[in-house]
Design a protein around this ligand. Structure first.
Ligand code: HEC
Length: 487
């Protein structure tokens, strides 16, 4: 626990990342899909001499420029800030493994941002052919950003045996390409590409809905119908690609999903299953709305209809991304690092093999934490010399503070005290003994523990675990045995 923790009250850091990421993905996928949409539309308009289209396209590309160049770029940086704060160890792993990948990614970002600006500002100012070429250059650069980020994102869920076999040894860079083109790389790229194409259609419906159908009935009909068609490939191919993707996810990660599906009768969906179902249902509704409202009656398609499709698109994209994130629980990088930054894999450092789990259990999770002052550490060591936290009435204040540090270090990645996945709600009905039992179960992390599928093993000495239990009891019932910590 070397880094500071990021405590976001009520929401939790994970949810903040999710909110920024979903907003970003809606725009970033549009940036890629739109990259194909714009030059294709321009090429068709030029070839068939559709003057109305040529007059309207600059408007759509202005909207495109602002949305992707401003909101897309800013939210992308927002993801960096939030993951760096919420999961510093995980972020560091990604940076170390993919330095070269990130560098290439940023080169493409620069090309992307430059060409999109040039494309917009040179409408009617440079020869048509050249303008179209700028559009295609943009399309290639923006697709390349997806090709690269996809390798890093899928790596977290399926780093693959080749990389895992050298993880922690310092030889990881030699496995760059194996880690990059990992088991879920291709199905994920296919899924995301389809989503990009669909979102290009969704956003084009938004600008198309603003065309006045009475003044420009031909343009409106053509544009709306053409935009609606962009939704079709996704709906035809996504189910197959989703199946392909899921078939590449290790069985252990799929447990949560299967647990959910096999218990549908009993009414206890897991979150993964629920979010996946929401995504599928929202997608089906989009197709219905797009066909009935946009394709059948293009002249009457208004902003309200477009925003409905957009909202459904947001729901579908958001829940699909959430399901993917949940699937990765309890890891940041599957089989390598848990969500709370503790490594599962032994690492070689200075010629020695270090098992973080064992070290934390033996020496204490907070033993070397820079967030504990030396005198606090001494007092704590003296108080708990027997092994257990002993009589917490003595160590009460200190124990609660320790417990809180344990909670922050090991639970905060997924829980909050009283908001999202609230500890208070989850523990409210449990008495002190039951809470101690859960803490013990989390620590033992036995093969048949139901928590294993989504929670990492709890590490720390007996005294630290007792302190965590005392703190959780305090959180659940408003007071611990001694309520002197003033928490
Ligand atoms: C990787 C994410 C993750 C981490 C880290 C994590 N949990 Fe959880 N925990 C979950 C999820 C997901 C659930 C299920 C939530 C739900 O049902 O609403 C859960 C549920 C729980 C529950 C309710 C269990 C039940 O049977 O009702 C408790 C208690 C709990 N966690 C305690 C903890 C404690 C204590 C820690 C820190 C030592 C911790 N969790 C760390 C993800 C996590």
């Amino acid at each position: 626990m070397n880094y500071p923790v990021w405590d976001v009250p009520h929401l939790g850091s994970g949810l903040v990342i999710a909110l920024i990421a979903i907003f970003h993905i809606m725009i970033a996928h549009f940036a890629v899909g739109g990259g194909l949409f714009l030059p294709l539309a321009e090429a068709i308009a030029l070839r068939q001499n559709r003057q109305e289209w040529l007059a309207f396209l600059p408007q759509h590309s202005k909207f495109f420029l602002i949305l992707t160049g401003v909101f897309g770029a800013v939210s992308g940086v927002g993801i960096w800030f939030s993951i760096g704060l919420a999961s510093p160890e995980g972020t560091s792993t990604l940076i170390h493994n993919f330095v070269f990948g990130w560098a290439i990614e940023w080169v493409f970002f620069i090309v992307e941002l430059t060409t999109v600006a040039v494309y917009y500002y040179t409408w009617g100012r440079i020869p048509d052919r050249l303008h179209l070429q700028v559009g295609w250059l943009y399309a290639v650069a923006s697709f390349a950003t997806l090709v690269i980020i996809n390798g890093i994102l899928t790596f977290m869920l399926t780093p693959g045996q080749a990389w895992l076999s050298v993880a922690g040894t310092g030889q990881e860079p030699g496995m760059f390409f194996r880690a990059f083109f990992n088991p879920t790389y291709w199905p994920s790229l296919a899924l995301r590409t389809l989503s990009c194409v669909a979102l290009a259609g969704v956003w084009a419906l938004v600008t198309g809905s603003r065309i006045d159908g009475r003044q420009q009935p031909v343009l409106k009909r053509q544009w709306i119908r053409w935009s609606a068609l962009w939704l079709v490939p996704g709906f035809l191919l996504m189910p197959v690609c989703l199946w392909w993707y899921v078939s590449r996810v290790p069985a252990e990660q799929l447990q949560l999903l299967q647990l959910g599906i096999s218990t549908i009768g009993a009414g206890t969906f897991t979150q993964v299953t629920r979010t996946l179902l929401v995504s599928v249902m929202a997608s089906a509704t989009i197709l219905a709305v797009a066909y009935l409202a946009a394709y059948r009656k293009p002249e009457q398609f208004r902003l309200g209809g477009a925003l409905t499709v957009l909202l459904l698109g947001l729901t579908a994209t958001g829940s699909a991304e959430m399901a993917r994130e949940l699937l990765r629980k309890p890891y940041v990088v599957v089989d390598y690092m848990y969500s709370n930054g503790v490594r599962k894999v032994a690492i070689q450092r200075d010629g020695q093999t270090q098992h973080e789990l064992e070290r934390f259990n033996q020496d204490g999770y907070l033993a070397r934490s820079p967030w504990v002052r030396a005198e606090e550490r001494q007092a704590w060591n003296a108080e708990t010399a027997g092994g257990g936290a002993g009589d917490l009435t003595h160590a009460g204040e200190m124990g609660l503070a320790r417990g809180e540090l344990m909670f922050r270090g090991q639970c905060l990645a997924c829980h909050t005290v009283d908001g999202y996945r609230s500890m208070r709600r989850l523990l409210h009905d449990r008495n002190e003994q039951a809470i101690s039992n859960i803490v013990a179960m989390l620590h033992k992390h036995e093969a048949d523990s139901p928590y294993r599928a989504f929670m990492p093993p709890l590490v720390g000495t007996q005294a630290e675990r007792d302190a965590l239990a005392a703190y959780l009891n305090y959180v659940a019932h408003g007071q611990a045995e001694t309520n002197s910590a003033g928490l």
